[in-house]
Design a protein around this ligand. Structure first.
Ligand code: GDP
Ligand code: GDP
Length: 471
């Protein structure tokens, strides 16, 4: 369960400034979902091991009319979907009528609210903050978002303990850093003799073979997610869900196929067969983000009949940011003529060619063609993301890469790679140790990543390679 934190407050108090600061730690691509959210921005944030979703709600000031009223409604919806609200006020402007209106609303909401006074740089924070206690929302956290002052203590002292309580002990068993223990003496021996004991350490079988693979079906509205979910669940399965559900929660549906267990994370809302009516609000960005975080593998569904949009790319950005495996599903492939098919393929190459590690499937969820093969790619991506690889094997591959193509000389000395070991999985992380690694050019880093990818036959998941100076 990934908690959601909403930034709320009137315009200009510094919400986007704080948003950027919170999400920067994770190189967040900020998702912009035109038409759906208008003024909302979503980002992924990370605080230590704790991951959460941040929503910038735009702004409300309580006096909205017309289009602004619509925007305020969006903010209210974001509050509803959030687990925690950071209510921001402007310490320089002081308490305003709009703050009081928002505060009243928040007190009624039954949500955890932290009151944050921003822009306390260069003024007496304590006296400027005093009047905000009148909002009766407890402590006032003083920050200067633009300079970062107070942000860390807000996060560490207030937000983190609360979010940790929310997430509880239900940590994901199949996700983890799990620094591989390795035997340095054995490694030294191997490096000295050039003989690598790859066999014994290698764990072919998956530690979590008994756990189901969780896959999420994500994509923007109307690309065919519910049709695909139904199709993957199988023809004769009686679907009992009527999706009255909340807007923010996906439905988790266990299923089996070829004696393998899966859980489909359905973001679309499977409709009961025979029922024609559409669920009204079936697309929620937060629901999508939470599903991505919770899945092992994401099926990103794209509509072959429409061009690839920024929304498709935003969702993909979230999948990649979260380090999740991805399978690209181009749906509605039925009844297209060759010319259209060719155009779709070249557009895919052009816009999504950069994720060359993802399998692409052309399917028709409506008719079922190609759907069965999706499971092969799901299995492969999951296996790639969770496979254990020994230090010996990784070091061996690194050395082969080095033999095929020497790292460059820097200031008269050759950059030296010494050994590599696993630093975690899901997504796989490989840590390379060596000398002068800070001088290693990006092109060589990319070469190494690709070399690892090809040698390990990793498909469907990003690999992260980190470089550590020294032994
Ligand atoms: P939003 O409308 O609530 O998203 O507010 P913005 O983040 O766009 O900030 C509004 C203005 O306040 C911008 O000009 C920011 O540079 C400024 N601002 C934001 N944080 C701080 C701060 O900590 N100190 C000061 N002095 N100005 C800030
Ligand atoms: P969702 O909003 O992503 O869940 O999309 P739906 O599953 O509700 O599908 C949206 C529309 O696309 C519906 O009218 C479906 O019948 C249609 N659709 C879904 N999959 C296919 C497909 O493979 N081929 C065609 N031609 N139409 C499809």
């Amino acid at each position: 369960m990934t908690p959601v934190v909403a930034l709320v407050g009137r315009p200009n108090v510094g919400k986007s400034t704080l948003f950027n600061r919170l999400t920067r730690t994770r190189d967040a691509l900020v998702a912009d979902f035109p038409g759906l959210t208008r003024d909302r921005k979503y980002g992924q944030a990370k605080l230590g091991e704790l991951e959460f979703i941040v929503v910038d709600t735009g702004g409300i000031d309580g006096t909205e009319e017309g289009i602004e009223l619509k925007m305020a409604e969006q903010s209210l919806l974001a509050i509803e979907e959030a687990d925690v609200v950071l209510f921001m006020v402007d310490a320089r402007a002081g308490l305003t009528a709009a703050d009081i209106a928002i505060g009243e609303h928040l007190r009624k909401c039954d949500k955890k609210v932290f009151l944050v006074a921003n822009k306390t740089d260069g003024i007496d924070g304590d006296s400027a903050s005093a009047e905000f206690y009148a909002l009766a929302l407890g402590d006032v956290y003083q920050i200067a978002a633009a300079h970062g002052r107070g942000v860390l203590s807000l996060l560490e002292l207030a937000l983190a303990p609360h979010l940790e309580d929310l997430v509880g002990e239900q940590g994901d068993a199949d996700e983890g850093e799990d620094e591989e223990e390795f035997d340095e003496e054995a490694l030294a021996r191997m490096l000295a003799t050039g003989e690598f004991e790859t066999g014994e350490e290698e764990e072919k079988q998956n530690r979590y073979a008994d756990l189901p693979i969780k896959f999420a079906i994500v994509g923007r509205p109307n690309v065919g997610k519910s049709t695909l979910t139904n199709r993957m669940l199988g023809e004769d399965r009686v679907i009992v869900y009527d999706m009255p559900g909340t807007t923010r929660d996906s439905v988790y549906i266990p299923m089996e196929r070829d004696d393998k267990k899966y859980v489909v994370i359905d973001t679309a809302g499977v409709r009961r067969r025979g029922k024609v009516h559409e669920t009204v609000e079936k697309f929620s960005v937060i629901k999508t983000l939470k599903a991505i975080e919770d899945a092992n593998v994401c099926l990103l569904v794209i509509d072959a009949r429409e061009t690839i949009t920024d929304q498709d790319l935003s969702i993909l950005g979230f999948v990649l940011n979260a380090g999740r495996s991805v399978v690209l599903v181009v749906n509605k492939w039925d009844g297209l003529d060759q010319k259209v098919k060719d155009d779709v393929k070249s557009e895919l190459d052009r816009r999504l060619g950069f994720i060359d590690f993802a399998r692409v499937h052309f399917i028709s969820a409506l008719h079922g063609s190609g759907v069965g093969h999706l499971f092969e790619s799901i299995d492969e991506a999951y296996e790639s993301a969770t496979r254990r690889t020994s230090t010996a094997l990784l070091t061996r591959i690194m050395q082969m890469a080095q033999q095929d193509h020497q790292p460059p000389m820097v200031r008269g000395r050759r950059v030296k790679l010494k050994y590599a070991h696993a630093g975690g999985y899901n997504p796989p992380r490989i840590i390379v140790h060596g000398n002068q690694l800070n001088d290693l050019p990006d092109s060589y880093k990319r070469y190494l990543i690709n070399y690892f990818r090809k040698s390990l036959k990793v498909m469907g998941t990003p690999i992260r390679v980190e470089f550590q100076e020294g032994a």
